[in-house]
Design a protein around this ligand. Structure first.
Ligand SMILES: N[C@@H](CCC(=O)N[C@@H](CS)C(=O)NCC(=O)O)C(=O)O
Length: 223
């Protein structure tokens, strides 16, 4: 069965799909997209959003990173499941995965784009509030195990973990320490997540990501 992923190296969303494929030991072809000049295959595979990632499984496209992660979990059933087996735990994992994209990541973007100290402070507070919520969610979801999903990286780990590179970038560029002594469990989880086999080779390289983020956000912030 042919598996192909269209992604872009700095994209946290593409990273999610790559981690899920690694966790399930799926062999796949990777196509790096130039988002300034999208391939015909990307445009026809994701005509609604025209975004990466797109997974092509036997030429059938699947779009939206967390839908892709669920799909991978359902199709490749060997090995540990990415979603908890208990329906309530599964609902909670989905809830926080929705929140991280719906509320938390937009605050991180607002923080990076902020033009005044006031708006920067407001966005930074929202980012930190979200991280506190993840710390509390980690206690409940992990039940004392190393990952949100328990012994192994799962759906919610991938949903939040894909942003760890950008959290680091915000720290470096704005002189912050977003994961700090108020979120000790989340900070330790982040280290474990990034060091794991399925993750370490697909997370964007720090120097390269820093250049990319600087080019994208620094000129706007300076305006
Ligand atoms: N909700 C989408 C977001 C995907 C997304 O925003 N992808 C960006 C790259 S990080 C993209 O393809 N942008 C191209 C564009 O907006 O034209 C997902 O989770 O897959």
């Amino acid at each position: 069965m042919a598996v192909k992923l269209m992604g872009a190296w700095p994209s946290p969303f593409a990273v999610r799909a790559r981690i899920a494929l690694n966790l399930k030991s799926v062999d796949y072809e990777y196509q790096e997209e130039d988002l300034g000049n999208k391939s015909e295959l990307l445009l026809t595979s994701n005509p609604v959003y025209k975004k990466v990632p797109v997974l092509l499984h036997d030429d059938k496209p699947i779009c939206e990173s967390m839908i892709i992660v669920s799909y991978i979990d359902e199709v490749w059933t060997d090995g540990p499941s990415l979603l908890p087996s208990d329906p309530y735990d599964r609902a909670i994992a989905r809830f926080w995965a929705y929140y991280v994209d719906d509320k938390w990541f937009p605050s991180l973007v607002d923080m990076a784009k902020a033009k005044t100290d006031e708006t920067k402070k407001e966005a930074t507070e929202k980012v930190l509030e979200g991280l506190k919520l993840f710390e509390e969610a980690f206690v409940k979801c992990s039940k004392g195990k190393p990952f949100f999903n328990g012994e192994n990286i799962g759906y919610l780990d991938v949903a939040i973990g894909c942003y760890l590179g950008l959290i680091k970038m915000a720290d470096l560029m704005m002189g912050l320490k977003l994961l700090n002594d108020k979120t000790p469990l989340l900070a330790a989880w982040g280290e474990r997540f990034c060091a794991s086999e399925a993750v370490k080779d697909v997370m964007p390289e720090q120097e390269r990501l820093l250049e990319f983020v600087k080019a994208r956000f620094a000129p706007q912030a300076a305006q």
